[in-house]
Design a protein around this ligand. Structure first.
Ligand SMILES: Nc1nc2c(ncn2[C@@H]2O[C@H](COP(=O)(O)OP(=O)(O)O)[C@@H](O)[C@H]2O)c(=O)[nH]1
Ligand SMILES: [Mg+2]
Length: 250
């Protein structure tokens, strides 16, 4: 979405070159591009309306930097407002608890859970923690292999799960192993479904009860648009998710 937006703004600003200042008339086309790009990315129309209004107010304000061209100024404003919309500040994971600390990663099938577990594990390792990766998706073919391979690439220990095991038992056992081997952070890579369903939620709730994770992170595919909001609401109702920051709904 951002890529297509900057491409389109790039085109618009070719036309904006030469104007010394941003004005109501010369940002009209650019605002239109922003509006269309966001709507095409399936952002809610009310969010789009507020966003475009905020960009417009700032663009017409006095905050025009001498060092930038009008086009660059406009892109900077869109970027700043976008950051604000996305939540502004990042909240760190709070891992201050008796180890092993469990982090549960949940989300729909194909949303990027396993990939995110790998990224998070690497980050934690670089920060001096001792992560332990737990494949708990016994349904999707090769899901366990996928995390196992990722773990090998990252040189991070992985729990030896197999598809004939129960996901709740896998997680419980993994916590015991982590405790005995001094792994301080356990990343649970849970199963997803194509859609939210009760069976999945039941399983995730059971894992939550059993393991008492310090955080439950939801992974959503940014290309799913407004549906991601519905998915997040369902997961939050049924499971209670953390790490959502303080971003506005979009
Ligand atoms: N472009 C892009 N692709 C991603 C990202 N994260 C995951 N993927 C891809 O999306 C697909 C599903 O990811 P996976 O981690 O297996 O999802 P899971 O089913 O939720 O565990 C894979 O082909 C990943 O390579 C990302 O941040 N950007
Ligand atoms: Mg997976």
């Amino acid at each position: 979405m951002f890529e297509s937006l900057s491409d389109r703004l790039g085109q618009t600003f070719k036309r904006l070159k030469g104007h010394g200042k941003l004005s109501e008339s010369n940002i009209k086309d650019a605002l239109r591009e922003v509006r269309l790009s966001l709507l095409e990315a399936d952002v809610h129309y009310r969010v789009v309306k507020d966003f475009v209004a905020a960009v417009k107010v700032r663009a017409l304000g006095k905050e025009v930097l001498a060092s930038l061209t009008p086009g660059q100024q406009f892109i900077k404003i869109v970027h700043d407002e976008m950051c604000k919309l996305m939540g502004g500040e990042a909240s760190e994971l709070d891992l201050k608890a008796r180890p092993p600390v469990a982090i549960m990663v949940a989300g729909l099938q194909g949303s990027g859970k396993t990939t995110s577990v790998g990224k998070l594990a690497l980050r934690l390792k670089k920060a001096g923690r001792r992560p332990y990766l737990v494949p708990a998706d016994v349904y999707r073919p090769a899901a366990i292999d996928q995390l196992t391979k990722l773990a090998a690439d990252l040189d991070i220990p992985v729990h030896p799960s197999s598809t004939d095991q129960d996901p709740v038992a896998i997680c419980r056992h993994a916590m015991e192993v982590a405790e005995s081997k001094n792994y301080d952070t356990v990343l649970l890579d849970t199963a997803g479904r194509l859609h939210v369903d009760e069976e999945l939620m039941g399983e995730l709730q059971q894992i939550k009860r059993e393991v008492q994770p310090r955080a439950i992170l939801l992974v959503a595919d940014s290309m799913t648009g407004q549906d991601a909001v519905n998915v997040a609401e369902r997961f939050d109702e049924d499971l209670g998710i953390d790490g959502s920051g303080r971003g506005q709904r979009g």
